[in-house]
Design a protein around this ligand. Structure first.
Ligand code: K1U
Ligand code: ZN
Length: 173
């Protein structure tokens, strides 16, 4: 398994819609394992294909943060929100592609999501709390949407300018 580099905003690949997974290949299984390793290493609770430059509809997540509770690594292919609650919740979000920036985002508090698992089986599950926030954040990545797209244009521009500066500084190293 390999820790992959995570693309930083702004990057055109983070603004593009990812393609559906049509076949579960050994390469895709290896990419899923790399994505989980990369997410745990970051550390983060989720990661989507486009964040490592893989333009496929694949996401990984594990929102278990309590070291006393067993981890629950999940790999979702072609995820679709089949139901969203009318009730919303506000959660402070971060993004591994926009490090050190956080903002409150309002989303449906609970969602049902359908997806294809790596073994080819159809799955459906109800998510609430951080799991619901995370799965929606990751599906947004698959649609080329970032959490800063929910902010005012002014706040988004401010964060984008800071990220451009960070990328220039990192490129000089
Ligand atoms: O997609 C990503 O960039 C990952 C992102 C997911 C996410 C976080 C918070 C709310 C919604 C979605 C992250 O994992 S940011 C890092 C983070 O939240 C975290 C890091 C260590 C422990 C717990 C959380
Ligand atoms: Zn993100």
């Amino acid at each position: 398994m390999t820790i992959r580099s995570i693309l930083l905003h702004p990057d055109p690949r983070l603004k593009k819609r990812a393609d559906p997974v049509t076949e579960v290949t050994d390469d895709l299984r290896a990419a899923a394992a790399d994505m989980l390793e990369t997410m745990y290493d970051a550390p983060g609770v989720g990661l989507a294909g486009p964040q490592i430059g893989l333009m496929k509809r694949i996401l990984v997540m594990d929102c278990i943060k309590d070291p006393e509770v067993a981890p629950r690594p999940m790999v979702l292919l072609n995820p679709v929100v089949s139901w969203a609650s009318e009730a919303t919740s506000v959660h402070e979000e971060g993004c591994l592609s926009i490090p050190e920036h956080f903002a409150d985002v309002t989303r449906p508090a609970e969602v049902r999501v359908r997806w294809l698992a790596l073994d080819g089986t159809e799955q459906e599950e109800h998510f609430a709390g951080l799991w619901a926030t995370c799965v929606q954040h990751e599906i947004d990545h698959l649609n080329g949407r970032l959490f800063i797209d929910y902010l005012t244009p002014l706040k988004r521009q401010l964060i984008t300018r800071k990220m451009e500066k960070l990328k220039r500084e990192r490129a000089r190293l």
